[in-house]
Design a protein around this ligand. Structure first.
Ligand SMILES: [Zn+2]
Length: 337
C-alpha cells in the first residue's frame, strides 16, 4: 500500500514518470488529487481528529497542493469559506486553528493565504486583522505568536507575509522587524528562532523569507548561508534541517526555497533530491516525509512545491517567498520589495 511509485533515475517530469518508464498505472497527479479529496471527505479518522487544532493550516496545505496540481476546486469552496469565517476571533480579528480556538499568527497567515487563493480577501475586515498583527510586535521588533508572548522568528515571517498579502506591511515597524531577524543570524550564515539559538532549516526559511518581503536580503551572507544549506543534502538525496538529522520531504521546501531565494539551488544535487521526493510518493496518492511512511497533507504540499522548484513544469508554479502559487500573487500584484 505504501511503497514507492517511481524508482530513482526517473525522467524530467516526476509526476508522470510512472507512465513514461516504469509501467506503473498512469496518473500519479490524479492520485494526489484523489488523496486530497479523501482527506477533505473523511472526517471520522484518527488523523483528522489529531490535527483538529491546526485545521486552518491543514486547509491551506491542501488547497495549495490542489492548486499546484491545477485542481483548486477539488475542495468545497463554499464550505471552506463558511467554516473559515467561524475561525476568526470576534474580539481580536486574528484567526485560530479551528472554530472557537484562540487566535494565533500561524493560523492568521494560513487563513489569509486561503482567502488569497480563493480571491476572497475583499470579504475580510482587513484593518481588524492588521490590528491583531500589529499588536503582537514587541519593542525590539520581534513578534509574539499570540497573547501568551512566545517569541520566534517564525512569527516574524507570519506577520510580515500576512501584512504584505493584505497590502499593509507599513502598519508595523519594518526596520525594527528587520533588525530583530538580523540579530538571529549565526556565524554559520544560518538563523535560529531567537538571538543565539542554533541554525535550523525551518527558521532559515522564515528569516530569509521575512527579509525578502521587506527588501532586506542584503543583510545575508549568501555564500556562507548557501554552503550551510547545501550541506543539508544527505547521501540518499533528501535534505535535513540540521546536521546529523534525518532527511525529510518538508525540508525540500524549507531548505530548497531558501536556496531559491538566494539563487543557489544549483549548489545541491537537484536530480538526487527530485528522486528522493518521487520515492516518497504513495502509490495511492499523497507524499510522506520519507519513503514507505504514511502520506499526509503537509508533506504532500511541500513535496509538490519542492518538485516545482526543481523544475517540474507539470505543476503550477510556486513562489519561494510566500509559499503561494505565483499566479495568485500575480493576480494580487504582490511582488518582492
Ligand atoms: Zn517533515
Amino acid at each position: 500500500m505504501r511503497g514507492p511509485v517511481v524508482a530513482a533515475g526517473s525522467p524530467a517530469t516526476p509526476l508522470d514518470a510512472a507512465d513514461a518508464s516504469h509501467g506503473a498505472p498512469a496518473g500519479q497527479a490524479a492520485r494526489h488529487v484523489a488523496f486530497l479529496r479523501r482527506l477533505s471527505a473523511e472526517r471520522d479518522t484518527f488523523e483528522y481528529a489529531a490535527t483538529e487544532h491546526l485545521r486552518v493550516s491543514g486547509v491551506y496545505w491542501g488547497l495549495a497542493a490542489a492548486w499546484l496540481l491545477r485542481e483548486p476546486e477539488c475542495m468545497d469552496r463554499a464550505e471552506v469559506l463558511q467554516w473559515l469565517r467561524g475561525c476568526q476571533c470576534p474580539a481580536t480579528g486574528g484567526f485560530g486553528g479551528n472554530t472557537g480556538h484562540d487566535p494565533h499568527l500561524l493560523y492568521t497567515l494560513s487563513a489569509v493565504q486561503v482567502l488569497a487563493m480563493y480571491d476572497e480577501l475583499a470579504s475580510l475586515d482587513v484593518e481588524r486583522v492588521v490590528a491583531f498583527v500589529r499588536g503582537l510586535q514587541q519593542p525590539d521588533g520581534s513578534f509574539a505568536g499570540d497573547r501568551w508572548g512566545e517569541i520566534d522568528t517564525r512569527f516574524s515571517y507570519c506577520a510580515l507575509s500576512c501584512l504584505r498579502l493584505l497590502g499593509r506591511v507599513d502598519a508595523v515597524d519594518t526596520a525594527a522587524a528587520t533588525g530583530f531577524v538580523v540579530s538571529c543570524m549565526n556565524f554559520d550564515g544560518g538563523f535560529g528562532c531567537v538571538p543565539g539559538a542554533e541554525s535550523h532549516g525551518g527558521q532559515i526559511f522564515c528569516c530569509v523569507g521575512a527579509l525578502a518581503i521587506v527588501g532586506g536580503l542584503h543583510h545575508i551572507d549568501a555564500d556562507r548561508l548557501g554552503w550551510w544549506l547545501a550541506e543539508r543534502q544527505t547521501r540518499d538525496g533528501g535534505l535535513n534541517g540540521r546536521p546529523e538529522k534525518l532527511q525529510d520531504v518538508c525540508y525540500s521546501w524549507w531548505v530548497l526555497a531558501s536556496l531559491s531565494i538566494i539563487e543557489r539551488t544549483h549548489w545541491i544535487d537537484r536530480p538526487a533530491l527530485r528522486d528522493f521526493i518521487v520515492r516518497c510518493q504513495d502509490e495511492e496518492g499523497g507524499i510522506a516525509d520519507r519513503p514507505g511512511d504514511m502520506p499526509d497533507v503537509f508533506h504532500t504540499f511541500f513535496g509538490l512545491a519542492g518538485l516545482n522548484l526543481l523544475g517540474d513544469q507539470s505543476l503550477d508554479a510556486i513562489d519561494p517567498v510566500y509559499a503561494l502559487p505565483s499566479s495568485v500573487l500575480k493576480r494580487m500584484g504582490v511582488t518582492r520589495a
